[in-house]
Ligand binder design. Structure first.
Ligand SMILES: NC(=O)c1ccc[n+]([C@@H]2O[C@H](COP(=O)([O-])OP(=O)(O)OC[C@H]3O[C@@H](n4cnc5c(N)ncnc54)[C@H](O)[C@@H]3O)[C@@H](O)[C@H]2O)c1
Length: 276
């Protein structure tokens, strides 16, 4: 008996990182999974990886830009023939290379970041709720990816990104209250910096930039995508039926640290697909 048996799940930003690992764990736990991303080429590669790792599972793909409402509407409608959506993981997001502080961040970077990271999550929530109602769902789960930077300030400024993730937290908390008596649960995920392309491409080979961040982890290492995915499975499942409006912090203790230990870092778990 899988923890997600019978559940139809959408994962946005499923072409890599957290989204791909979550799609795989969802399928391994018995869910039917629709993987979605704006990047068609990477999405098809990710789909092939997921299908190979979970043979026999229902895993399909649907290209969509989360910042374009009709595309999100079509994505959600694609699950009508499956019996409607039960779970949506609004995970797609960007951190722009040219993000900066209050002065250096340009209006274009600000607007694009809010458009994808905030509006994209809003559209996902909106069309998921419409689908839950259309299919007469009595329970459903929405998980929105925020970040620890919505909780703690970063001196390495990324003000557009940070503001967008704060908005995700606030929006999720409110929607959790609005829809609680319909049985629709909303929670957000707050990952710490991870070993995924979103951050690793940004850090590149700059060891000083990397060290500036790694030092804040009690374990001495960045998180792995699969460590986020494990939390998302819990939030998607009925095991979390009384978990509502929460900010689930999966950060290796980063936001609990004052001074961190010294010495070698602890080993990281292996991802299923990402990074291989
Ligand atoms: N990696 C980190 O350190 C970290 C930390 C905290 C939060 N997050 C958040 O986690 C989420 C997933 O990031 P990740 O680390 O797996 O990075 P990633 O870059 O591997 O994945 C993000 C995915 O979102 C997709 N995407 C971007 N714009 C899109 C759009 N408009 N429509 C649809 N898809 C789009 C990208 O193509 C990509 O596949 C993001 O919301 C990110 O902000 C990441």
């Amino acid at each position: 008996m899988g923890r997600l048996d019978g559940k139809n799940c959408i994962v946005t930003g499923a072409a890599g990182g957290i989204g791909l690992e979550t799609a795989i764990l969802f399928a391994q736990n018995g869910a039917s999974v629709m993987m979605s991303d704006v990047n068609t080429g990477q999405l098809e590669i990710a789909l092939a990886k997921a299908k190979k790792l979970v043979p026999g599972a229902r895993i399909e793909s649907h290209q969509a830009d989360v910042s374009v409402e009709p595309e999100v509407e079509n994505l959600v409608a694609a699950l009508d023939s499956w019996g409607g959506v039960d779970v949506i993981f609004n995970n797609a997001g960007i951190m722009h290379m040219d993000d900066g502080d209050a002065i250096s961040c340009t209006e274009d970077v600000w607007d694009l970041t809010q458009k994808i990271n905030v509006k994209g999550v809003w559209y996902g929530c909106k069309h998921a709720v419409l689908s839950f109602r259309k299919h007469n769902k009595k329970k459903a789960s929405v998980i929105n990816t925020a970040s620890v930077v919505a909780l703690v300030g970063s001196a390495t400024a990324q003000v557009a990104y940070t503001a967008s993730k704060g908005a995700v937290l606030a929006m999720t908390r409110e929607l959790a209250m609005v829809h609680a008596r319909e049985g629709f649960r909303f929670n957000s995920l707050c990952p710490a910096p991870l070993n995924t392309p979103l951050l690793q491409n940004f850090l590149g080979d700059d060891q000083a930039k990397r060290h500036r961040r790694e030092i804040h982890f009690p374990t001495g290492r960045f998180g792995e995508a699969i460590e986020q995915a494990q939390m998302v499975v819990f939030l998607a499942s009925d095991e979390s039926s009384f978990v509502i409006g929460q900010e689930m912090i999966v950060d290796g203790g980063m936001t609990r640290a004052y001074v961190t230990p010294e010495g070698p870092s602890v080993p990281a778990p292996l991802n299923n697909a990402f990074g291989r």
